[in-house]
Design a protein. Structure first.
Length: 58
């Protein structure tokens, strides 16, 4: 099994409108990539971290 992780770090201002957009992005990625694990985390330092993990037969 080959495991690949794609990690992204976005800078944001943390308001509700931006957070709603983040949720839309995560939902779309989960629908488009059902075999992938999509995780998102926001922190108080104005960063939004997105990790997509895909496992496939090598």
């Amino acid at each position: 099994m080959k495991r690949t992780e794609y990690m992204f770090d976005f800078y944001h201002f943390g308001d509700d409108e931006v957070m709603a957009e983040h949720a839309k992005i995560v939902k779309a990625l989960r629908e488009l990539l059902p075999q992938a694990q999509v995780e998102a985390e926001s922190c108080k330092t104005d960063h939004w971290f997105l990790t997509i993990t895909v496992e496939a037969d090598a």
